[in-house]
Design a protein around this ligand. Structure first.
Ligand SMILES: O=C(O)C1=C[C@@H](OP(=O)(O)O)[C@@H](O)[C@H](O)C1
Ligand SMILES: C=C(OP(=O)(O)O)C(=O)O
Length: 380
């Protein structure tokens, strides 16, 4: 099945002229014909990656486009991607404007992007710059956080015959490249979604097996397995599946710099592990669908956990059992899913207001929850 974010990306590509159909789990894509003439409206929804990938692509295609955003997206950072696109030939309405309008033709040259705001800026430029006539360089300032996502982008480009040359704090991109068409690719199982069930296995009372995972994946979030082992969970892996059950869980130290999306699920495990778990290097969680350091803290604390936010992380002191209660998903899919996972260590029921937030990345989340023995009912 797809999700709201995938549908948004497919919808934007369709708006630019691609022909896309989805049937039986298979996307068929006929590429965007060029030039892209006339005004186009791209509905990016609440998807940061869709916005930050499609804006540079629309600029590279020289499209006259309006990108409409939903939820918290208009206030999530777009600078300095935004300034770099303007200084390379595009006219774009000020960040925060909704819709965001772009016109003009992007040109090659040097693009400078700090590595610690969002890897999506860098991935978006990597998708777009090979389409330009001139050559380009992306210069990265400082360390890159969420680096595995950039490696996944590079692998996807390579699969379609597009070359990006990595250098020291720099990526070199020749112009006039063409994406190969007529390829068949298989999309890997999503470790970020799997992480919720693997964490549920670590705190719950039974064994949970997730299948369809590639252990040699480039996805940074496959690191959840090692982290759960460090917590003391029982883990078995092999043949594309991972099985997790509860062990004697002990608090640990976690650097979230490359795997920010794991933090909500891992915080649920930390809440049930004996001793203190510290999450570090997680400042970028404040600029996700919600301020996730704040919303993870509020959510778990409302259910009885001992948790505090720091400037760039969390400190969680585990308890054998939590209480239960009502929490808000804060419009954030990963908060809704983390609350459902933590319900397995709550004595009382957990009510999640706005649980439909899961549709952003995982519409089947609650039906999978029942397959694993969870009980839920929808209320209005
Ligand atoms: O490239 C991507 O699809 C993503 C990159 C990461 O974002 P940041 O680089 O902004 O941390 C990740 O958190 C996000 O959920 C998805
Ligand atoms: C992909 C995600 O969000 P976004 O693209 O909106 O940053 C996410 O949080 O999983």
């Amino acid at each position: 099945e797809t999700s709201a974010d995938i549908d948004a990306t497919a919808g934007c590509l369709t708006a630019l002229g691609a022909r896309i159909d989805f049937d039986g789990g298979v996307f068929r894509v006929v590429p965007i014909p060029r030039p892209v003439a006339g005004e186009r409206t791209l509905a990016v929804g609440e998807s940061g990656s869709t916005l930050r990938f499609m804006l540079p692509v629309a600029c590279a295609l020289g499209a006259d486009a309006s990108l409409t955003m939903a939820g918290r997206l208009p206030s999530r950072p777009l600078s300095p991607l935004y300034e770099e696109l303007i200084s390379h030939g595009c006219a774009i309405s000020a960040p925060g404007y909704n819709p965001l309008r772009t016109s003009g033709q992007l040109t090659g040259g040097k693009y400078t992007i700090p590595g610690n705001i969002s890897s999506q800026f860098i991935s978006g430029l990597m998708f777009a710059l090979p389409l330009l006539h001139g050559e380009s360089r992306i210069k990265i300032l400082g360390d890159i956080e969420s680096k595995p996502y950039i490696d996944m982008t590079l692998a996807a480009l390579k699969e379609f015959g597009v070359t990006v040359k990595p250098g020291r704090q720099m990526y070199g991109i020749a112009g006039n490249q063409q994406y190969a068409s007529g390829r068949t690719v298989t999309v890997e199982g999503d470790w970020s979604n799997a992480a919720f069930w693997l964490c549920a296995g670590a705190v719950g009372s039974g064994e949970i097996t997730v299948t369809g995972l590639s252990t040699d994946s480039l996805q940074g979030d496959k690191g959840v397995v090692d982290i759960l082992e460090r917590f003391g969970a029982r883990v078995r892996r092999g043949g594309g599946s991972v099985t997790v059950s509860r062990g004697a869980l002990k608090g640990i130290d976690i650097d979230a710099g490359d795997t920010p999306d794991l933090v909500p699920a891992l915080a649920a495990v930390a809440a049930a592990a004996e001793g203190t778990t510290v999450f570090r290097n997680a400042g970028r969680l404040r600029i996700k669908e919600s301020d996730r350091l704040k919303t993870v803290t509020e959510t778990l604390a409302a259910l009885g956990a001992d948790i505090a936010e720091t400037e760039d992380g969390l400190v969680v002191r585990g308890k054998p059992r939590l209480g239960g209660g009502t929490v808000s998903a804060h419009g954030d899919h990963r908060i809704a899913m983390a609350a459902a996972v933590v319900s397995s260590v709550c004595a009382g029921p957990v009510t999640i207001a706005g649980a439909e937030a899961v549709n952003k990345s995982y519409p089947g989340f609650f039906s999978d929850f029942t397959i694993l023995g969870g009980n839920y009912k929808e209320t209005t």
